[in-house]
Write a protein that binds this ligand. Structure first.
Ligand SMILES: [Zn+2]
Length: 338
């Protein structure tokens, strides 16, 4: 009963919130506060209660994936720490505060909690150190216009069989990002105004992959599956490809391997927090500051995307990817215990 009411209220409030979030992101403004209902201790309790009942566990888990990070980021000590300048030393302080907030509620560190919620294994795979930047990956070649993006999406939607609305918003300054306005119904992706490098085209495809996941699966998709869908779609840039001719790049596979190695390195750092060992740059990357636990998801997502690419082959029949994503999600959901 409490779960029904909560889900109904969130279904009313979240679309407007996510639209405002996408607009703020595109304009380079701070995100709006999440709806109050999503940040209440009672909401967290309802989600956890639901997780303990077999018939409600799926819905409880979906709700917990939404609410748990909001409750931690809302903790007063975390709010103070997050407002400090983003240095490595301050990241250590921020991580310690996030851990205190997570341990008090879940008995886990904040990164452990994010990993547990989103299907990241405790076992780690060995990774090479990231090599040098891929020459040409960030070099300007030709521009893709709005029609070009829509063409790519239509090819992807036809092949995957997803239906629903994808709106493509352009931004002068924002990083590419997907916003799920309403699961299975509507997604907004924010991409740069100018898309004229292989790296920029990759980023657009990655967000279109998030759109596939959002239109294919109900709310609360585990991060590893969401990122695996994004990775799978972005890998369509690796020849041979059935995408429209200007999207593939001979550099895409090497760039992917380097990105995965970077994520594995950052994942190591993140799992060690609040202790800092070697730090690879002068300031921590944005994601470590704002998106705790994401690196582990990126690494695990590549393992899933490898499996998807291998199982589906170069020319998957319509609808196969969505079926495979559902199976991956079920696998993650059924072994997730909080
Ligand atoms: Zn992503």
């Amino acid at each position: 009963m409490a779960l029904d009411l909560l889900e109904a209220e969130l279904a009313v409030e979240l679309p407007a919130h996510m639209r405002a979030f996408a607009r703020a992101h595109a304009d380079g403004r701070p995100p709006p506060a999440a709806p109050l209902i999503a940040r209440l201790a009672s909401t967290l309790q309802t989600a956890r209660n639901a997780c303990m009942h077999d018939v409600l566990a799926d819905r409880g888990l979906a709700l917990l994936r939404l609410v748990a990070p909001l409750v931690i980021e809302d903790d007063p000590a975390v709010v103070v720490a997050r407002a400090m300048p983003p240095t490595w030393q301050n990241l250590s302080t921020l991580a310690a505060q996030r851990d205190a907030a997570a341990r008090a509620r879940f008995g886990l560190s904040s990164v452990q909690l994010a990993h547990r919620l989103h299907g990241v294994d405790a076992t780690r795979h060995d990774h090479d150190a990231p090599g040098p930047a891929i020459e040409g990956w960030h070099e300007r070649d030709f521009a893709i216009d709005h029609t070009g993006i829509i063409d790519a999406w239509q090819a992807i939607a036809a092949r995957t069989g997803v239906t629903g609305t994808v709106r493509v918003d352009r931004s002068k300054k924002a990083h590419p990002r997907a916003f799920v306005i309403e699961p299975k119904v509507e997604v907004v992706i924010v991409v740069p105004e100018v898309i004229d490098t292989p790296a920029a085209r990759f980023a657009v495809l990655h967000e279109l992959g998030h759109a596939v996941a959002a239109l294919a699966l109900p709310a609360g998709v585990p991060r590893v599956v969401d990122e695996a869908a994004a990775s799978y779609i972005a890998r369509l840039a690796e020849p041979p490809s059935w995408l429209p001719p200007r999207w593939p790049s001979e550099l895409a596979a090497a760039a992917r391997r380097r990105r995965t190695a970077l994520a594995a390195m950052l994942d190591e750092i993140e799992r060690g927090l609040p202790t800092l060992a070697d730090t690879p740059s002068s300031a921590p990357p944005w994601a470590l500051w704002h998106d705790p636990g994401a690196q582990g998801s990126y690494v695990e997502a590549e393992v899933i995307a490898d499996r998807l690419a291998k199982d589906l082959g170069p020319n998957p029949p319509r609808g196969q990817l969505v079926r495979a994503l559902k199976a991956e999600r079920d696998r993650v959901d059924h072994r997730t215990r909080i």
